[in-house]
Design a protein. Structure first.
Lengths: 315, 582
């Protein structure tokens, strides 16, 4: 018994020692996390107490402590606005369009790029495709306005086919498709990077075996490549759910105009006009808070879906 | 793992910890005050021109070469010199445009000039209203707050007790001339007055707003056309420019119908309305300009112009860059702009040396009406934070006294270097202008930019008085050969066009349309509904102009305007006006 106890004590001490050494070995890594946590705490969590102004009529001079409380008045103002349904619809249509078509085109692009055998050509194309990601919308938007203007390159090309000039950014019916298309153009290359990385993880022997069995290029793509990256597709699709209320402020702000307000005004541009230009900080915070809550729910949902369909878990 | 590896890791840890702690300490440390020595005017760049060296005489390196150079006389002296006084001033919205390349917003030739001549160093803080809001929240206001836009902010500052009551010091320090120039008693003062106490000095510029219609003189000459004066004539000339292949579009326009550039303000003005201003209606009450009946005729004109191709087809999507590109790129022959437009058109002159601009009259409507926006000034002011050293307030009011004094009582031919086209800029020999023999020519480094309120050396706009332009009349009355060099510089050339443009507006004060609200009404309803109502009228107007909506939609727009908060806002504005108008 004593021997057992001694062995047990000895085993416990060994485990403790092992834990100590493991901790000591990983200590540098833990320490290196500290600056990140500090930044996260200072700039993301500490300012969160500021959301109280969503329930106040905030005046900067009075501060958080002395500004009068107004309950849910700011939220009511949002939902009693006659344009709110239109604004929500625009936000959802543009955001969903970007998510769905963006994902689809990124996958297609990754698959096509995977079929390219000439590595130099492949790299040039890949670089050219994602370099637009690094341009701000202020710059890219100016390019788009120039290209799609009545006197722009696109209309010149269309004129060659006898098509009358089209005001892409000046017609309500065309604004949303144009916004979605231009956003995808800017981001599909960047979005394809993860899929391209996923493609490299597919076992090449599967392709060799399929070739031996007589599978053609399309067959290999549908039966090996797509199933191989399916978990990644599901994961990214689920995670993108959190962004359905983010239709892209910068882009819309740069491209929209009074004539297309009915199809271009989104939550963020509305908040900008009413909250920031109109100095209604409480209102802007209320809308931001509401957006964050909806996003939180959607992120929770997406996490559930990612776990269910792609076995993706953080915890 | 050997000892060397362990040491390396420890060092790494120490280094990481040091960096983290250091970063944190730096981030959390209070801002280091600028050492006194740094606030002194820095030394001039090593490379100075002969003119600068010659000008580096007692009285200041950049002192104007007034005395004796072209007629004698002395500059009006600064009333009181201060010793090493620093005044922090916020929050200009724009960066300084200095003719000196190495100059910065915080440290430039104009600020140094003031330091040398008055002993006051103005420490400028930029950032516009956003920076002001942050400073308000942090209880960290500068000594002087200026260029504050928006009656709501000003109201918050006064109600919050953040501003110094300057009633007594204003009364005792401001000269009679300053009080006159600052229009004491005018409704502009409503911005800064509460219960008879004064909390600031309104900007109250006497300048015209945008509203000069520039026409390509060289194209008129080529087609042997007379300058247009009515709406119909403007349309005819625009069509002629297009027809002859001189212009791609007739009259410059873009998505903002009321604007400081390529605006259609004067088309509305020609029908007695101005959409963005609060104007008196037939009953004498204030109404939002966009809801007044005269808009129907104005929209009809614009609608016709758009359909006929007088206005660019891409007007609804064109932005500021597009419209400026059209002006500079020889694509339009007529455009509306501020009176300083000619100075802003250097790119056009450089690219198309044959280009000449004619300063046109505001177009007259069918009933002979003309109208353009006066500068809506009431929402800008100078104020001082609560508890400021009152000597600083005194210094700045003295500075105002000085500026108005030298404008009003400038010694003939001695003070012309201060006679600016707008906003009273100071010009600097060797920069803005140079002497070439007995001639004054455009300086080598100048941008021909004569300044703006935001660049002005003083932290406030001293108001352009028409007195300056009265002197302009005297200069213009002389023949060119009878003018002295500085008079020729002022009255001839590109920069002179701006003065002429300003004169064209100030000669007709009856055309200026004044916003009765002065843009300063701090009512809660206005704050709540303004953004929506602005969007509403802009959206509906542009749709009517381009033909998306029929002209008859105007009535439903007015009804919707009042249903969506416009009635509450109108009531609030009228209540405020009845109580505060003077």
């Amino acid at each position: 018994m004593n021997t057992t106890r001694m062995v047990s004590r000895s085993s416990g001490a060994t485990k403790e020692r092992a834990r100590y050494w493991r901790l000591r070995r990983k200590l540098p890594l833990y320490l290196m996390l500290i600056p990140g946590f500090i930044v996260l705490g200072l700039f993301h969590y500490y300012p969160m107490y500021g959301v109280v102004i969503a329930f106040q009529k905030y005046e900067p001079l009075l501060g958080f402590a002395n500004s009068p409380w107004v309950g849910l008045e700011n939220f009511e103002a949002l939902f009693t606005n006659p344009d709110i349904a239109l604004i929500l619809r625009n936000t959802l249509v543009i955001a969903m369009g970007k998510i769905i078509l963006g994902q689809f085109l990124s996958i297609v692009f990754a698959l096509l790029l995977n079929e390219v055998r000439l590595s130099v050509f492949k790299r040039v194309i890949q670089t050219a495709s994602y370099v637009l990601h690094f341009l701000s919308w202020m710059i890219f938007g100016a390019i788009i306005i120039d290209l799609l203007g009545l006197d722009g390159a696109v209309n010149h090309i269309l004129a060659g086919f006898g098509v009358e000039p089209i005001m892409f950014l000046g017609q309500p019916a065309l604004f949303q498709p144009t916004a979605i298309f231009t956003d995808i153009w800017k981001s599909f290359g960047w979005g394809a990077i993860i899929y391209i990385a996923a493609l490299t993880n597919i076992d090449p022997t599967l392709y060799e075996a399929a070739s031996v069995d007589g599978a053609g290029r399309w067959r290999r793509m549908f039966n090996i490549t797509l199933p191989g990256i399916a978990p990644t597709i599901i994961l990214l699709s689920c995670l993108s759910l959190g962004g359905v209320l983010n239709a892209g402020f910068e882009q819309i702000f740069v491209l929209y105009n009074s004539r297309v307000m009915e199809s271009a005004d989104i939550i963020d541009t509305y908040v900008y006009r009413v909250g920031l230009v109109g100095l209604q900080f409480s209102f802007a915070t209320a809308v931001g808070l509401l957006k964050s809550l909806v996003s939180l729910v959607l992120i929770g949902l997406s996490y559930f879906l990612a776990d269910r369909f792609a076995n993706y878990r953080v915890f | 793992m050997n000892a060397r590896d362990k040491v390396t890791r420890r060092q790494l840890l120490r280094a990481a910890a040091t960096v983290a702690v250091g970063t944190l300490a730096t981030a959390c440390a209070p801002a280091t005050p600028r050492p006194a020595a740094e606030t002194q005017p820095p030394a001039q760049p090593a490379e100075t021109t002969a003119a600068q060296q010659a000008a580096a005489q007692p009285g200041g390196k950049f002192a104007p070469r007034g005395t004796g150079a072209w007629g004698g006389g002395t500059l009006v002296p600064f009333p009181k010199r201060y010793t090493d006084m620093e005044i922090t001033v916020g929050f200009a919205a724009f960066e300084v445009t200095s003719p000196v390349e190495s100059d910065t917003f915080e440290d430039n030739i104009r600020l140094r000039w003031i330091k040398e001549n008055t002993g006051v160093w103005y420490k400028r803080i930029g950032g516009g209203n956003d920076a002001l809001t942050a400073a308000m929240a942090a209880n960290d206001l500068p000594d002087c707050i200026t260029h504050v836009s928006g009656g709501i902010v000003i109201d918050q500052l006064i109600r919050g007790g953040a501003l110094e009551d300057i009633t007594d010091i204003w009364e005792s320090t401001a000269s009679a001339l300053t009080k006159k120039a600052k229009k004491e008693g005018h409704s502009y003062w409503n911005t800064v007055t509460r219960d008879g106490r004064i909390y600031g000095v309104p900007q109250c510029p006497d300048t015209a707003g945008p509203g000069v219609w520039y026409i390509r003189q060289d194209w008129l000459d080529k087609l042997k056309l007379q300058p247009p004066t009515t709406l119909d004539e403007y349309a005819e000339v625009a069509q002629a420019f297009k027809k002859e292949g001189l212009a791609t579009w007739g009259i410059a326009a873009y998505q903002d119908l009321v604007s400081w550039i390529a605006g259609m303000d004067e088309v509305f003005g020609a029908h007695g309305v101005m959409p963005s201003y609060w104007l008196k209606d037939d009953t004498g009450k204030l109404a939002f300009g966009a809801t007044l009946p005269g808009n129907v005729q104005a929209l009809e004109t614009l609608r016709k112009w758009y359909a006929d191709g007088v206005l660019p087809k891409d007007m609804p999507t064109a932005n500021y860059d597009t419209v400026r590109g059209n002006m500079m790129g020889n694509k339009v022959g007529i455009w509306q702009l501020y009176y300083w437009g000619p100075e802003w058109m250097l790119d056009l002159y450089r690219a198309f040396p044959e280009a000449k601009l004619l300063i046109g009259e505001a177009p007259a409507g069918p009933e002979g009406k003309r109208g353009h926006r006066s500068e809506n000034s009431g929402n800008q002011m100078v104020a001082w934070k609560k508890g400021v050293d009152r000597a600083k307030v005194e210094a700045m009011i003295n500075s105002m006294n000085w500026q108005f004094e030298r404008k009003e009582n400038a010694v003939e031919n001695a003070d012309y270097s201060f006679l600016g086209a707008n906003h009273d800029p100071i010009e600097f020999e060797g920069y803005d202008y140079v002497w070439d023999g007995d001639q004054i020519k455009q300086g080598p480094t100048t941008t021909l930019h004569w300044g703006s309120p935001h660049e002005h050396p003083m932290p406030f706009n001293p108001t352009v008085t028409r007195d300056a332009y009265a002197r302009m009349d005297k200069i213009l009355a002389k023949k060119s050969e009878d003018r002295n060099p500085f008079e020729r510089y002022i009255a001839e050339g590109y920069a002179a066009q701006s003065r002429m443009a300003h004169k064209s507006l100030t000669d007709h004060p009856e055309w200026m349309m004044h916003d009765e609200s002065d843009g300063i009404i701090p009512g809660p309803n206005l704050q709540k509904y303004q953004a929506d109502l602005t969007k509403l009228w802009q959206e509906r107007f542009i749709k009517i102009v381009v033909g998306d909506l029929p002209l008859t939609d105007f009535d439903s727009f007015v009804a919707e305007f009042y249903n969506r908060g416009g009635q509450q806002v109108t009531d609030e504005v009228n209540e405020w006006y009845a109580k505060n108008s003077k």
